[in-house]
Design a protein around this ligand. Structure first.
Ligand SMILES: CC(C)(COP(=O)(O)OP(=O)(O)OC[C@H]1O[C@@H](n2cnc3c(N)ncnc32)[C@H](O)[C@@H]1OP(=O)(O)O)[C@@H](O)C(=O)NCCC(=O)NCCS
Length: 335
């Protein structure tokens, strides 16, 4: 049957957009099982401008398959407009009933061409699986000319965790040197300047593996736009304040997405270099965990990713009770 790649515009409430998203969800379920993460068109449309991304959306149609429209594969190209403008992402899925027929390769070639036409020179993307070796995405990425730049472990923590166990892990920092503060869903105005410095450092200090990425140019306005404008994503942030200077020197975030309200995702954590060695990373994470259990008792799982080389963090997570539930690989290809 003849197959065609078509570019579409996503819109909330549009059946073609929902059918496109269902291809991603079906592919995801085949990898991770029924309880896997889900997203929504609303969330996808919200994220792009917030992250200064321009996305183009593609679908492979095979008339007769999966309803009249027949989408068998779905993809989005992701370009950045604020930094790393030459480095794009690709989110691509092939419906499980149509894999291993060359459809993924056809769609990826179209995405890569579209990105080349838009001036991008490389792709940096990740894929995940519950198994360490032998998953489809790894075979596909390698066969498509991508090299692995990083391997992350995924760890899950079942909630609730006993508060006494958390306290036992963390005696708390010396409160004449550091205090921990927590913000629910929006950040206090007076955090924003310091928080921009932390975000800028985050973009260069987190292990990116075997690829060079630009420093992100965060300022208070960008923090406000990302964190303090109405969003379907709920956020919880704890910071460490250095008492003698009054400055924020560490932060950590947990996010809860509307498509999966019982899962909290551990997002960025950073301690400024000059304040490392005081267990502030652990202190802010435990404060956030306590606040999460208080604010969102409906959340059943916390999920985190760390580079496999970050043995210190992985070991701390194990002490809190996290268990390994998957592997994520980052990939790069010059276009
Ligand atoms: C990864 C994925 C996109 C591949 O799509 P596809 O249409 O099956 O891929 P193709 O048929 O074009 O495969 C091209 C080559 O990739 C490799 N490959 C694809 N699937 C593979 C698998 N299950 N195991 C090993 N290698 C595989 C093979 O070398 C294959 O060539 P061959 O069939 O001639 O041996 C698809 O399995 C999928 O949607 N997976 C779930 C979502 C995902 O992980 N997306 C990628 C991350 S964004």
């Amino acid at each position: 049957m003849s197959m065609q790649v078509k570019e579409i515009e996503l819109a909330v409430g549009d059946p073609a957009s929902e059918a496109w998203l269902e291809v991603h969800h079906a592919a995801n379920r085949a990898v991770w099982g029924e309880g896997t993460s889900r997203t929504s068109i609303e969330e996808i449309l919200d994220i792009a401008p917030r992250r200064h991304e321009v996305r183009r959306t593609f679908v492979v149609l095979q008339p007769g398959a999966h309803g009249a429209e027949g989408p068998v594969a779905a993809a989005q190209t992701i370009r950045r407009t604020r930094e790393n403008v030459d480095t794009a992402g690709v989110w691509l899925s092939v419906h499980p009933d149509h894999q291993r027929q060359g459809i993924g390769s056809l769609l990826l070639a179209r995405c890569e061409q579209s990105l080349r036409d838009d001036g991008c020179t490389r792709i940096h993307e990740h894929s995940g699986a519950p198994v360490e070796q032998g998953d489809a995405a790894t075979g596909f990425a390698r066969a498509s000319g991508y090299r692995q730049t990083l391997l992350d472990l995924r760890q899950d923590l079942a909630l609730p965790v006993d508060d006494a166990a958390l306290t036992a892990l963390d005696p708390g920092p010396d409160d004449t040197a550091y205090v921990i503060e927590t913000a629910v869903d929006a950040l206090p105005e007076e955090w924003l300047e310091d928080r921009a410095v932390l975000a800028r450092r985050m973009s260069t200090d987190a292990p990116s593996g075997d690829i060079d990425l630009d420093e992100e140019d965060w300022d208070a306005e960008r923090v406000r736009q990302q964190w303090n404008t109405p969003s379907p994503i709920w956020a919880l942030e704890s910071v460490a304040r250095h008492v003698p200077t009054g400055r924020l020197v560490a932060f950590t975030d947990l996010l809860v997405r509307p498509g999966q309200p019982d899962l909290a995702i551990q997002s960025d954590t950073l301690v400024l270099r000059e304040h490392r060695g005081h267990a502030l990373g652990l202190a802010v994470k435990l404060a956030n965990l306590r606040a999460l259990q208080r604010e969102r008792p409906d959340v059943r799982t916390v999920r985190t990713w760390n580079a496999d080389t970050n043995t210190h963090m992985v070991a701390i997570n194990e002490r809190i009770g996290f268990v390994v539930t998957g592997w994520t690989r980052e990939w790069a290809k010059e276009l």
